[in-house]
Design a protein around this ligand. Structure first.
Ligand SMILES: NC(=O)c1ccc[n+]([C@@H]2O[C@H](COP(=O)([O-])OP(=O)(O)OC[C@H]3O[C@@H](n4cnc5c(N)ncnc54)[C@H](OP(=O)(O)O)[C@@H]3O)[C@@H](O)[C@H]2O)c1
Length: 225
């Protein structure tokens, strides 16, 4: 990872949860400065301490409220349940201009989480685009990566599709994918996030059918280098 990239600060909103904590751990290990965001700052502080402990006291991981984390970061990653998507975006939208926003949210509608049920905007990421407005680059990624192995050391047997509002923004997030120890693919414009987010319900269905907990996808027949 180049030095300029590692100067970037990444906020993980909802980083106290399963997916966000795993991603935060992997990025902190790679050398990014991480801000854990939460509705409850004390919870974020305690998650940050846990991650630092996992790294034997090294790494830069700090906990705070979601809006504070978004304000202080260059890249803001959202990892909350879909039911909390809109409220969390409303809470940060005033500080988002000029930043890169990465949506990991999958618009699951319980109880039928193994059935694709996309929102009227097309996808959660497109809703975020509508809500955050001009001046914010939106990327959708990591929706098909189960949290199961993110807190471990092994590489995760899954590729990551990256869609977003510009090639530059997708390129920046492909660096985060690589930093997390995964293989990423530029999967095109933000409109394509409909398919990627929807794919998560397909994977949940496959998990149920075949008794797995972390099915994923691999792209074949292409070279991502
Ligand atoms: N888990 C996976 O394997 C996985 C894989 C791919 C994508 N995803 C997607 O990533 C997102 C997060 O998944 P997760 O499993 O990490 O979720 P989670 O552990 O249930 O929740 C993550 C965090 O979101 C916040 N949160 C929970 N309920 C909330 C509410 N009603 N209002 C506001 N904030 C709330 C909580 O943070 P605070 O209490 O600290 O605010 C919580 O720690 C989801 O959209 C999910 O579909 C998950």
């Amino acid at each position: 990872m180049d030095k300029e990239t590692l100067m970037l600060t990444v906020a993980v909103l909802g980083g106290t949860g399963k997916e966000g904590k795993g991603l935060a751990y992997r990025w902190a290990k790679a050398g990014y400065k991480i801000l854990i965001g939460s509705r409850t700052p004390e919870k974020a502080v305690s998650t940050a301490a846990e991650i630092i402990e996992m790294m034997d006291g090294s790494g830069s991981v700090v906990g705070m409220s979601n809006p504070e984390a978004a304000e202080q970061a260059d890249i803001v990653v959202l990892t909350v349940p879909y039911s909390a998507h809109r409220d969390t975006l409303e809470a940060i939208k005033d500080v988002m201009k000029g930043k890169l926003f990465v949506d990991v949210t999958v618009p699951l509608v319980p109880p039928k989480v193994s059935k694709v049920q996309m929102p009227p905007a097309g996808s959660a990421a497109q809703e975020a685009k509508e809500l955050l407005g001009e001046g914010v680059e939106i990327v959708a990624s990591f929706q098909n990566v189960s949290h199961e192995h993110l807190l471990g050391e092994a590489s995760v047997d899954c590729d990551v599709l990256v869609t977003g509002t510009s090639k530059n923004a997708r390129h920046e997030v492909l660096k985060l994918v690589e930093a997390a120890g995964l293989i990423g693919w530029d999967a095109g414009p933000i409109e394509n996030s409909v398919v990627v987010e929807g794919l998560t319900s397909v994977l949940i269905y496959i998990n149920k059918q075949y008794g797995s907990t972390h099915s994923g996808i691999r792209i074949t027949g292409a070279d991502n280098k």
